[in-house]
Design a protein around this ligand. Structure first.
Ligand code: DGL
Length: 252
């Protein structure tokens, strides 16, 4: 079974990292559209067009395509499902985990996800509007793409943004962008009383269900993981520092 994972850049590796541990017997393709990252500051039409190109590239190579990008899911998942005849799993900020939160919920994501109809409908549907705050943090995507994970600039940026809220009132912080998982240590430092969640586990459960449903051996690759990038970073060794960082984040 070949699972293709796509993101605008290196953020989706946070999904791939867990998927490789949890989805036994699967082969993986990772496609990073580094040439066009970030997506989160682009228009919906631009994000749609880029997502269509990415899935077009992956559809013939895999059995399932996972959009490990909240931004691309928000802007394009319906069009992608209409256009391509392959199971497509999207990713959304895990606001549903806020149902039992005592205090407020803070969702951080890209500007496109925050403004997107999908997130706002999700909040309405789950009746969480009145206790949810939304905060775009686009610079974190740039920091992650540049492998700048815990520099003073990163810490300063996160601190400034978070200080717009009284962190004592926030019981749940939802990481609504896959690039943000590289900064868990800073969030824990700055918001020690908040629970931090992301959409990775929920998405992996959906992939599992789809694999069971397909219930066939599917395609096979010669190697466990193939890495493609739309930009110069085509060497698979390039993802090693990102996976090491995720390893560190998984242990805190
Ligand atoms: N990693 C992506 C997400 O989950 C978006 C990053 C970007 O702006 O390209 O939303």
């Amino acid at each position: 079974m070949v699972v293709a994972v796509f993101d605008s850049g290196f953020g989706g590796l946070s999904l791939l990292y867990e998927a490789m541990k949890k989805l036994e017997g699967c082969d993986f393709i990772y496609f990073a559209d580094n040439e066009n990252a970030p997506y989160g500051t682009k228009s919906i039409d631009e994000i749609k067009a880029l997502s269509i190109d990415a899935v077009d590239f992956l559809a013939s190579k895999a059995d399932i395509v996972v959009i490990a990008c909240n931004t691309a899911t928000s802007a394009a998942v319906s069009d992608l499902r209409e256009k391509f005849n392959i199971p497509i799993i999207g990713m959304e900020p895990a606001v549903n985990l806020g149902k039992d939160a005592d205090g407020d919920i803070l969702v951080i994501a890209t500007p496109a996800t925050i403004k997107g109809v999908k997130l706002n409908e999700l909040l309405k549907k789950s009746n969480l509007n009145n206790k949810t705050h939304l905060l775009p943090m686009p610079k974190l995507v740039e920091f992650a793409q540049n492998m700048e994970f815990n520099s003073p600039n990163v810490k300063e940026y996160i601190k400034n943004q978070i200080s717009k809220f009284n962190s004592k009132n926030i019981s749940l912080l939802v990481l609504g962008c896959t690039h943000f998982n590289y900064f868990k240590d800073s969030f824990i430092d700055l918001m020690p009383n908040s629970k931090i969640v992301d959409g990775v586990d929920g998405t992996i459960r959906q992939i599992k269900r789809k694999i069971d449903e397909l219930n066939s051996k599917g395609k096979n690759l010669d190697t466990k993981l193939l890495y493609y990038s739309s930009k110069k970073q085509k060497d698979i060794n390039l993802i090693t520092p990102f996976l090491s960082r995720l390893d560190k984040m998984a242990k805190i």
